[in-house]
Design a protein around this ligand. Sequence first.
Ligand SMILES: *[C@@H]1O[C@H](CO)[C@@H](O)[C@H](O)[C@H]1NC(C)=O
Ligand SMILES: *[C@@H]1O[C@H](CO)[C@@H](O)[C@H](O)[C@H]1NC(C)=O
Ligand SMILES: *[C@@H]1O[C@H](CO)[C@@H](O)[C@H](O)[C@H]1NC(C)=O
Ligand SMILES: *[C@@H]1O[C@H](CO)[C@@H](O)[C@H](O)[C@H]1NC(C)=O
Length: 283
Amino acid sequence: MRSSTIYSSVISCLAAVTAAQTAPVWETLPPTPQLPGNPAGTVTEINGVKIWHTEFGTPVDGQVPVLMLHGGFGNSDYYGDVVKALMANHHVIVMDTRGHGRSTMDSTPFTYELYAADAAALLETLGHAKAAWVGWSDMAIGMFAALLDSDNSTLVDRAFAFGGGHNPQSTNATFSSSATYAAFIGRATEDPRGDLKAFAAAVETLESTQPNWTEADFARIKLGDKVTIADGQYEEAVALAEPALLHSWIAGSQRVTLTNVSHFAPLQDPDQFAAKVEEFLSA
Ligand SMILES: *[C@@H]1O[C@H](CO)[C@@H](O)[C@H](O)[C@H]1NC(C)=O
Ligand SMILES: *[C@@H]1O[C@H](CO)[C@@H](O)[C@H](O)[C@H]1NC(C)=O
Ligand SMILES: *[C@@H]1O[C@H](CO)[C@@H](O)[C@H](O)[C@H]1NC(C)=O
Ligand SMILES: *[C@@H]1O[C@H](CO)[C@@H](O)[C@H](O)[C@H]1NC(C)=O
């Protein structure tokens, strides 16, 4: 390598470090936290695959548990610091979506209805008639699928949807060129678990073809103010008009925007995320 090339590499490294230091938090992907105590968790056979899940806090009389559902290409660890804040006062359940993290997949194509059925079946297996569901991104959509299913919806006491949408067009077309996307996908593909190629193809097919809902579908959701449509002030993954649209389509729903965060709020400001979930739980 010629010294001028080395010199320019050093300069560009320094520039990258400086940019990382000065970038506002909503343009960064902070390190993935661990779940409190980094638990071994439990694996349960559900709908033909092995679903990894674990629980925090203690059941409280008269309170439903909180079911935390992570987004596409993520896993429950992404909620680590949010769980840490919530578990003091709540019984919290996390599960890795099929194919993600420590859960397995089979050859069945992913659908949001299947994600919903897995989550509902886990609750049933654990003996819970209902839970407060917190869904992020793909699992905000999976949670909508649960709400639109006559059986699965009976297990949803209330729903907090962060960064969901009603069709593939509600994804922001510039998301894939953002710094957070590059960091997130890089991190996801470094995760050595499972058959990465089959997994990535299954998630990409799902996200590019589903869901396909309209206003008439969302009009069937009757939980009123027990539904919160949440987003980040600097949301980069979902079109900016989407949260207000979903809010207008779900009668009586609440609308919350987290400040100074993007689609990756649970990593960027877990305490604010937990505080908004607390408000939702007490509504
Ligand atoms: C969830 O919905 C699916 C599809 O309708 C159904 O097969 C399954 O039994 C439901 N599970 C629960 C626990 O409601
Ligand atoms: C989406 O749903 C509408 C009906 O609401 C249907 O006409 C259309 O073909 C569907 N599109 C896809 C891609 O499935
Ligand atoms: C997509 O995100 C960018 C910045 O993250 C924003 O400027 C743009 O308005 C968004 N596009 C839509 C359609 O919401
Ligand atoms: C948001 O970030 C800006 C710039 O870093 C800062 O000045 C402001 O106080 C922050 N606002 C909140 C509500 O944290």
